[in-house]
Design a protein around this ligand. Sequence first.
Ligand code: GRF
Length: 220
Amino acid sequence: MSEFLKLGVLISGSGSNLQSIINHIEQEGLPARIQIVVSNNPDAYGLTRARNHHIACAVINHQDYSNREDFDRELIRILKDAGVDLVVLAGFMRILTKSFLRAFENRIINIHPALLPAFPGTHVQQKAIDYGVKFSGCTVHFVDEGVDTGPIIIQAIVPVLSDDTADTLAARILIEEHKIYPQAIRYFAEGRIMKKGRHMEIINIKNCDAAALHNPPLDR
Ligand code: GRF
């Protein structure tokens, strides 16, 4: 592996997580380089973000493919040609085939806007509100064959407030996504993720805070 971890970032939309990764590379010494950004959506704003930073982009419009295998074959080709070490799913709204998972085994990560294993899938901020949980958050995990079931690398917790809408909760969660995704990439780049079954042990972490959180807060 070179001095920099070579990333392939897959997006479908706004790309705010992509932006955060770019910012951490440019300003925070994240030892990674984005080789290519790939979008399945030609109108994804994330493509503009990438171009603003002179990052190579590719669009593979899923509507041009009659099946997932063909779509993924093209995706694999583009990522391999770009020499990608780690595939970073950042709001990529396509399910990947087993062939793709095999091509990048243990080298695909995803960010999910809920505290997994609670609320996998889509529209999860609304699901958290509807369920009445007092905390939600976000999770970075390796991708396996299930939907949001892979081994967890890092999570962040945010409170769910009584007047939250899906949008206000999503915004609070997104702030934390922008912190934990670059952190997870740093762990990977620095070889600090030790795999023990489905437990991902992170080595050389700063002092771990074991304090409990309460929401609503205790009266005293
Ligand atoms: C994020 O909430 C991410 O967790 C989810 O899709 C959203 C993408 O946001 N998978 P962005 O495109 O990075 O702004």
